[in-house]
Design a protein around this ligand. Sequence first.
Ligand SMILES: Cc1ncc(COP(=O)(O)O)c(C=O)c1O
Length: 405
Amino acid sequence: MAEFTQSTKLHNVLYDIRGPLLQQAQQMEAEGHRILKLNIGNPAPFGFEAPDAILVDMIKHLPHAQGYTDSRGIFSARTAVVQYYQTRGIQNIHVDDVYLGNGVSELITLSLMALLNNGDEILVPTPDYPLWTASVSLAGGRPVHYLCDEDNEWWPDLEDLEAKITPNTKGIVIINPNNPTGAVYPRHILQGMVDLARRHGLVIFSDEIYEKILYDEAEHINTATLTGDDVLCMTFSGLSKAYRICGYRSGWLAISGPKADAADYLEGINLLANMRLCANAPGQHAIQTALGGHQSIEDLILPGGRLREQRDIAYKMLNEIPGVSVNQAKGALYLFPKLDPEVYPIKSDEKFALDLLRQQKILISHGTAFNWVRPDHFRLVTLPNVKDLEDAIGRIAEFLGGYKP
Ligand SMILES: Cc1ncc(COP(=O)(O)O)c(C=O)c1O
């Protein structure tokens, strides 16, 4: 019998958010247990609905969305993206600099595949959204992690970042607002990162999918407002989170900066976009409507809004657990609590998450799944309603009370 093994290209590719823990949870569900899943930033199962205007627009366009579109995406949606960035003060993105994708995910992989040769390095934050690390590896590159500093609001440590630049470094990934930490970066940090990119001739990959999910006084600064005409900036965003339509797979990549110098790379992006033919056409039709008019996410993030209340409850309850501390999220849908190693000397945080799942039927994601450097954190999504969150965090506290790692 022939044996089939996976490609060696996958040897360093990890995406544990949907890994063995989820499999265990699914098995427990099949056995009849009710599992509270706090592991994935998917708003729909928690009762968040897409804005009606988006649904109506998509339904109206459905009969005319049967064919392939232009491989970059439909013109009206790309124009809407261009105009959106113009309102944010970014003037140097043109309609052909915008690529629509099946979510940001596809465009992350595609943009790295088009750039990296074997051994090229990309600076990725730790902790990160692990698709970035995985996609760098899949493209033959080497992810090099720069530290985000928990003691300084989880902002990137610019000294660490600079120290990790080598002659092989090709680019810097910025995730802002950040998954998993909830950090939103201030101007001086972003400016520091852009200055490093400028000085060392690096591409910036700016993942801004949570740009509209902000709390308190947090202000989101689009990196492309700082990169100007001399730093190539790949801005990623989409409708999955702020418009609650992950399943429609609608995202974009907008390219700004010295495009003439990058013509060869951009041709590579075009080639890969052509090869995948086009993004899901109905999802493209959601973009123009989403970006204009009333932004319903505001009702969820302002005081009294559901996302804001849930974040506040989770933050308070987690910090009340002995040996647990967490920075307040200024954006996105997550908290990334620390388990004091003196109190909980955990060796494997994946085992910790499995034990919690088995005992309390709660699924969280362990910190090292986000390429965090020590087994002393976990990520929790703040999407469940207050009652479920209270219940879940109460059970986490009970579990930790008796936990012997
Ligand atoms: C930081 C970040 N980037 C990208 C994605 C993927 O988004 P999409 O649904 O657009 O593929 C996610 C999803 O959780 C994310 O957290």
